[in-house]
Write a protein that binds this ligand. Structure first.
Ligand code: DER
Length: 235
């Protein structure tokens, strides 16, 4: 099975838990895209009715609009029944790294407001501890004096050999700009960053930082699709 087929299997499994009448947080990324497609498919078949979607990015908003999923927002629905979204990394405690697609702020706002947050991944996303894979740990920051903020983020994690990079649009010499008009600094660690909650608090205390890609203690259910089948954590 290809990675995308595994992503689709995980996404479809998650949508089995969607009930008519739900207000749904619609995730962003290649895995969540399958979930949004499946929700629209079940709506067309009349198997799901009275669904309202709260998109976590402009990309997901456009996908939902094109599929005819009625949309709303957090102002109208401050409490969401269920969010379904992918992740870049998942550790054994269901802590996540998200944001390599650049939508972490709206994802975190929507998923923090959700009674249930189902994470859908293919098995390649499972790690022993987050932030250690040498892959990007995204931090959304204001554009103002971004070099200053980048340096302060690197200093925070100097012990872990942290290097920060301003995310650029693919193939262009321009900084990536989020849906919220902000920049993203991708942090790379050479060593485990230790206490995640302390790291999260330290990052968020920096004026200039908007939000980071560690989703701690937020996921309520994890669905993993692998070569041997699909597993679901207890709720
Ligand atoms: O950028 C994001 O937050 C995405 O949800 C990411 O975490 C998962 O993207 P993928 O499903 O394309 O791997």
């Amino acid at each position: 099975l290809t990675q995308d087929e595994l992503k689709k299997i995980a996404a479809y499994k998650a949508v089995e838990f969607v009930q008519s009448g739900m207000v749904l947080g619609l995730g962003t990324g290649s895995t969540a895209r399958h979930a949004v497609d499946r929700i629209a498919e079940l709506m067309k078949l009349g198997k799901l009715t009275n669904i309202v979607g709260i998109p976590t990015s402009n990309v997901t908003r456009d996908q939902a609009v094109s599929l005819g999923i009625p949309l709303s927002d957090l102002d109208t629905h401050p409490i969401i029944d269920m969010s379904i979204d992918g992740a870049d990394e998942v550790d054994p405690e269901m802590n996540l790294v998200k944001g390599r697609g650049g939508s972490l702020l709206r994802e975190k706002m929507v998923e923090a407001a959700s009674k249930k947050f189902i994470v859908i991944v293919d098995e390649s996303k499972l790690v022993n501890y987050i932030g250690g894979s040498g892959l990007a740990m995204p931090v959304e920051i204001v554009p103002f004096c971004w070099k200053f903020t980048l340096k302060r983020l690197e200093m925070l994690f100097m012990e872990a050999g942290c290097v920060g990079k301003l995310r650029m649009f693919a193939g262009r010499e321009e900084p990536f700009v989020t849906d919220n008009g902000n920049y993203i600094i991708d942090l790379y660690f050479k060593k485990d960053i230790g206490d995640l909650k302390a790291s999260s608090d330290a990052i968020l205390r920096l004026a200039g930082v908007v939000e980071h890609g560690m989703f701690l203690d937020m996921a309520t259910t994890l669905i993993v699709a692998g070569e041997l089948g699909v597993t679901r954590s207890a709720d």
